[in-house]
Design a protein around this ligand. Sequence first.
Ligand code: AMP
Ligand code: GLY
Length: 436
Amino acid sequence: MKILIIGSGGREHALVWKLAQSSHAARMWVAPGNAGIAQERLAKNGAPVECVPLAAENLSPLLDFAKREKPDLTVVGPDNPLAAGIVDLFQANGFKIWGPNQKAAQFEASKAFSQDFMERHGIPTAKSGTFSEPVAAKKFAASLGGRCAVKADGLALGKGVLLTASVIEAERAIDEIMISKAFGAAGQRVVIQELLEGMEISLHALCDGKIAKLFPTAQDHKRALENDEGLNTGGMGTYSPAPFLTDAQLAEVGDVILKPWLSGCAAEGIDFRGLIYPGVMLTKSGPKVLEFNARFGDPETQVYLTRLENDLVELLLASCEGRLADVELKWTSNASVCVVMASGGYPGDYAKGKSIEGIAAADALPATKVFHAGTALKDGQVVTNGGRVLGVTAWRPTLIEARAAAYAAVEKIRFEGAQFRRDIAAKALSPDHSEE
Ligand code: AMP
Ligand code: GLY
């Protein structure tokens, strides 16, 4: 099969790495890819993965490329092309493409849509309100005592959420999003939620328009700095499994969230074929959904795909074709840990073009993979080219070992200003949750 993958981040590198292991993959293009993706080869025939310089958001050049090269399957990584309707466009032109269509992608593209949907279908979530002007928004925030999550309605690179602890902070956050337009047009409407307390986990489920198959647990680390301090980022590191839920509890969480979600989709004619990723807070009064994403998480993908035993091409085809009922997801019993190395200053301003040393030495360690995110090749040298630069991932029989191995690999890598958290997966190993 000829496969086209859309995107350029660490998630896409992990998708490419896993898809390239499939016996079905005979040719693979990635638009636009990155320096690490360009080094991958297909297991079937040793062919190099080909990066093509087409932006993920620019749909018509991507369609022209598909018309020319005729991929048998296109796989979409990021949210923007999904929200722009790439799936509908490719399908209308006769191409098989994996990911939710535009209507289904609204779960991520509009937080207001998701929030209303959850209320209509009894999915547990935070108390919330949606507002298109600041006065009413501020009144609602005040009714919550200012302890809120103030969220731009639209897509904002995972950064459009401000957590506030007082009425003054909440008012400032509302002004920032609605008046100063800190996240652009995404902030025309805001969703304000009560601030929930508890342990946050990532759920992933693969869907085929009828059923959903739940993945094991994972946990991301959203804040830039250790001890969950600093600004929210796209994600600074992940591990899987997370020991806060037993398999039975995970299945139960799946039941209270995924069951009503699936029946709501059926009732509203939403044909979701792709990956649904609810962010969930495990509160004292049960699990509550903070938001839905309509794609694989980044860097959750890096830990999931290093544990997945199935052929990913087969899984994604089953998801596209409504055949997931026939498929069993298989996971190794390993734990996997991904530590993100970011550019100094991220998620604020940062420099690009810093040369990176030591990737090959880290990659040479057993059961270790350095997934590239914001990297580029300059005169044959890998350089930094984004906020999140690398996702250094290692998998081992236990979480303690996987964590030590991931950090041993991080130690081999150097670039000017490199910033990473030293406490990825530490919570899971605190006395309450220690597995050993
Ligand atoms: P979101 O993009 O909606 O997932 O929000 C980004 C991050 O903000 C989440 O991963 C949480 O860590 C935090 N967050 C969002 N909503 C809430 C909430 N209602 N209460 C507490 N934390 C929240
Ligand atoms: N792990 C955060 C995200 O993918 O949105």
